[in-house]
Design a protein around this ligand. Structure first.
Ligand code: ASP
Ligand code: MG
Length: 405
């Protein structure tokens, strides 16, 4: 009998009806002769509500307590889903992350899985039970509950699929798969049938929100195929895997975008060793995570240093930079919180010339100014005016002919 791991996201279990729908899907999977393990997220926006509640009772909620609090969201779903299965006369049991044997390090709110002992799960599926695991959580050696970071249930699911030796990890959500661009912006965006881990990882890390990037990373390292499909119908989704044929790899696979971008420029920085490290150490200390960094060539040993970050981090960053500017002898610090980014992604870009020039031309044809450019081997990203992002995504989708198969 094959072991199947299915993960259901928050929107797929948002109310009692939807939970019953998932129960039906799990029963069907079992009736088809599989041993079934499901990983669930918290219902709808539960995690957000729990965070707001914590912020109402405390200005700085303790991180250990926060993790225990947030872990309850997925436990609620797991228990309700189990009850639904049992009342439909199916054998089922819910397990918390800890009971499922998921151990993590102790970095609360962004813990990393250190190991999985699947014994209990295996024991339960061998008794004919459908096992429902609360996603997004684990337990430390000291028996403290941790969470894996927002969207972390994907990672729980892929890790479990690996430890249970499943053929693939199926993740079900409210979209039908991975698209060549956000269909809300590009109505003609196409659902991608299959995509390599590399491309998916870039898509996930630059704005395509369908899958947690750590889950893709994990799938890549252990070569665990991941299916992304809808929980509301049976249409085929997108398979993320390592065996994507060359002709599919050999072009742009998708356009990603992100509207939550700001930039900060430190103006008039002396060009000498140690300055960048001082600036970014200070930001790291204050928990500000920085995205692209650009330093201009210096004129008269004075340069400007620009970096991008999430809009919500700007205030924090500007405050952290105040003393640093003085100490390193820079002139001032300016911020812009109205930006967005667009990226083209495709493993084939490594070998083909001309992708960058086509991208820049498409943007200039629309009169869109590029503020900053950053690249990886398989991605080109432009930072532009946030208001222009939808137009840019549409233009790039057209230029790289993503609509046609
Ligand atoms: N409930 C958690 C979140 O909203 C984890 C997840 O949904 O994957 O981030
Ligand atoms: Mg979620």
């Amino acid at each position: 009998m094959a072991i199947i791991v299915q993960k259901y996201g928050g929107s797929s279990v948002a109310d009692a009806e939807k939970i019953k729908n998932v129960a039906c899907r799990l029963m069907r999977a079992q009736e088809q002769g599989n041993q079934v393990v499901a990983v669930v997220s918290a219902m709808g926006k539960t995690t957000d509500s729990l965070i707001s509640l914590a912020n109402e009772v405390s200005t700085r909620p303790n991180r250990r307590e926060m993790d225990s609090l947030l872990s309850t969201g997925e436990i609620v779903t797991a228990t309700l889903l189990t009850m639904a299965l049992r009342s439909a006369k199916h054998k089922a049991i819910s397990l918390t992350g800890a009971q499922a044997g998921i151990t993590t390090d102790s970095s609360h709110s962004k813990a990393k899985i250190t190991g999985i002992n699947p014994e209990r799960i295996i024991e339960e599926i061998n008794r004919g039970r459908i096992v429902i695991v609360a996603g997004f959580q684990g337990i430390t050696e000291e028996m403290d509950v941790t969470t894996l970071g927002r969207g972390g249930s994907d990672t729980s699911a892929v890790a479990l699929a690996i430890s249970l030796n499943a053929d693939k990890c199926e993740t079900y959500t409210d979209v039908e798969g991975v698209y060549t661009a956000d269909p809300r912006i590009v109505p003609a965006a196409r659902k991608i049938e299959e995509i390599g881990y590399e491309d998916m990882l870039e898509l996930a890390s630059v704005g395509a929100k369908v899958m947690h990037s750590r889950a893709v990373e994990l799938g890549w390292v252990y070569n665990m195929p991941i299916l992304v499909a809808s929980s509301f119908n049976d249409n085929p989704g997108t398979l993320i895997h390592g065996g994507v044929p060359m002709e599919i790899r050999n072009k742009v696979s998708g356009i990603a975008h992100d509207l939550n971008i700001a930039k900060i420029t430190v103006v008039g920085v002396p060009d000498k060793p140690g300055i960048a490290s001082t600036i970014f150490e200070e930001l790291a200390d204050k928990g500000v995570s920085v995205d692209s960094i650009v330093q201009n060539a210096s004129v008269n040993r004075i340069t400007d240093l620009t970096f991008t970050l999430a809009r919500g981090d700007v205030q924090n960053a500007m405050k952290a930079l105040e003393p640093v500017i003085k100490s390193v002898g820079a002139k001032e610090c300016v911020s812009d919180v109205t930006l967005g980014k667009v990226s083209i992604i495709g493993a084939g870009m490594q070998s083909g010339p001309g992708y960058a020039s086509r991208m820049f031309k498409a943007l200039s044809d629309k009169g869109i100014n590029i503020e900053l450019i950053s690249t990886s081997e398989i991605r080109i990203t432009c930072i532009i005016d946030g208001d222009k992002v939808p137009e840019a995504v549409q233009a790039l989708h057209d230029v790289f002919e993503l609509e046609a198969e």
